[in-house]
Design a protein around this ligand. Structure first.
Ligand code: FAD
Length: 402
């Protein structure tokens, strides 16, 4: 098997341009606002950042070319998204922040031509934001999607949707929602979910409070959303009725990997800050960076960065071949979410008191990367899925040999 890890020249050029744009334009703004995008101006600030990204020729690397993007596949996205993630505001600037980036991917694959015109085109161009509404308060859908309780029932000319969601990223100010609702079966049963598209100003959609989570870098917060007798036409169905869980996988596999790409950039920034600090700071007759235990932290960071990149490359390769890559995404997501947190945590440790202060970006990076071990599937759920596949295969082999 021939392995070629070199990047096409135009992708390398885009990654380099993105890196320069982030360092020159975006990082100073992140530092000025302590990584808090609402404090920086929310949507107005997003629009300014995105115009600057367009001017720099780095906007929408993921979006299909016919929607104004660079049309990059998963392997080619990795270096560009990592450069964007070097600043907490970088993904928003390039229009590749969650959930919009994952929604562009899913709409490009599943939406019909009319839906692409109404929803995908303005989203890819950065004219609107979107939200993906799946998670529900107990006893509804969380790690276990089969608990889905929001219901859509047939009504005159379409569907009537009732249910409560929470943790919905970007809901406040979103232009439209992708809603996961049960169209058949009962909570606890697999299958029976459908995705619906609805403009945010449709009567029956109400955005509630923002959940006060650790992170501050995503526009529109993480909100409660109530669907109260929301009436949508038949044309609001995304794809086919009862295939919602299947479509969620189209979105989730790649979305997990693009999260890894972006957060790897953030972790690399943390590491760079720490290395610069220990190369300068003196103690015990040496530079901190000359001390063995500090060097161990530096080496462990390098190992975690390299291993995360390697898993990412392998998984993106599978995804670009059109494979579901379910096991590979579980392995890469779990390892990366934990490795990225370790990298940032060691970086804080190396910087001493400054590491947990507002004088360096490390404390804010730490609060941003921690939730990644929970969303897109908690580590425990992925480990469970990985182990189930292995044990299942072993049982089948045993049966076959008997
Ligand atoms: C910052 C943030 C943004 C989010 N954005 C969105 C969004 O835009 N749209 C959306 O729909 N949702 C979103 N979510 C919700 C996210 O997808 C859920 O939090 C996640 O799926 C876990 O569900 P839960 O919170 O209900 O936890 P639960 O399902 O209650 O699980 C709690 C814990 O139990 C353990 N656990 C669960 N199952 C197992 C298992 N099988 N084996 C072992 N241990 C297990 C895990 O440790 C898990 O963390 C977001 C969450 C956060 C924190």
């Amino acid at each position: 098997m021939a392995i070629d890890l070199s990047l096409p020249p135009e992708v390398q050029a885009l990654a380099d341009r993105t890196g320069r744009f982030i360092r020159d334009h975006v990082l100073p703004l992140e530092d000025a606002h302590d990584g808090d995008i609402a404090a920086a101006g929310g949507d107005r600030f997003r629009e300014q950042l995105q115009q600057a990204a367009r001017d720099a020729g780095v906007f929408a690397p993921h979006a299909p070319v016919e929607y104004g993007g660079h049309g990059l596949g998963m392997c080619d996205r990795a270096p560009v998204f990592e450069e964007a993630g070097y600043s907490l505001f970088g993904p928003t600037a390039l229009n590749i922040a969650a959930p919009d980036e994952g929604n562009v991917h899913m709409l490009a694959h599943i939406a019909n031509p009319e839906q692409k015109l109404q929803y995908l085109a303005p989203l890819a161009h950065g004219e609107v934001r979107s939200a993906f509404a799946m998670t529900e308060p107990a006893p509804g859908a969380g790690s276990d999607p089969s608990a889905l309780a929001t219901r859509a029932v047939r009504a005159e000319g379409g569907w009537r949707i009732n249910g409560t969601k929470y943790f919905i990223t970007g809901a406040d100010g979103a232009g439209f929602f992708i809603i996961m609702a049960r169209t058949s079966g009962e909570p606890g049963q697999r299958g029976g979910a459908t995705m619906f598209l609805a403009p945010a100003d449709t009567p029956g959609i109400r955005v509630g409070r923002h959940l006060d989570t650790l992170d501050r870098s995503m526009v529109g917060g993480h909100c409660e959303v109530f669907f109260e007798d929301l009436l949508v036409p038949e044309s609001a169905v995304l794809g086919e009725v009862d295939r919602g869980f299947e479509y969620a996988q189209v979105r989730l596999g790649p979305a997990r990997m693009t999260h890894v790409m972006r957060w790897l950039g953030a972790a690399r920034r943390g590491h760079d800050v720490a290395v610069a600090h220990v190369a300068r700071r003196q103690g015990f007759g040496a530079r901190l960076g000359d001390l063995g235990m500090v060097q161990k932290m530096i080496a462990d960071n390098e190992i975690d960065i390299a291993a995360t990149r390697a898993l990412l490359t392998r998984t993106c390769w599978e995804l670009d071949r059109g494979e579901p890559a379910a096991n590979a995404t579980s392995i890469a997501k779990t390892f990366a979410a934990e490795a990225i947190f370790r990298i940032v945590d060691r970086s804080m440790q190396m910087c001493g008191g400054l590491g947990v202060s507002g004088d360096l970006p490390l404390a804010r990076l730490s609060r941003e990367v921690r939730p990644f071990r929970i969303y897109d599937g908690p580590s425990e759920v992925h480990r469970w899925a990985i182990a189930k596949r292995v044990v299942g295969a072993a049982k089948r082999a045993l049966r076959d040999s008997e």
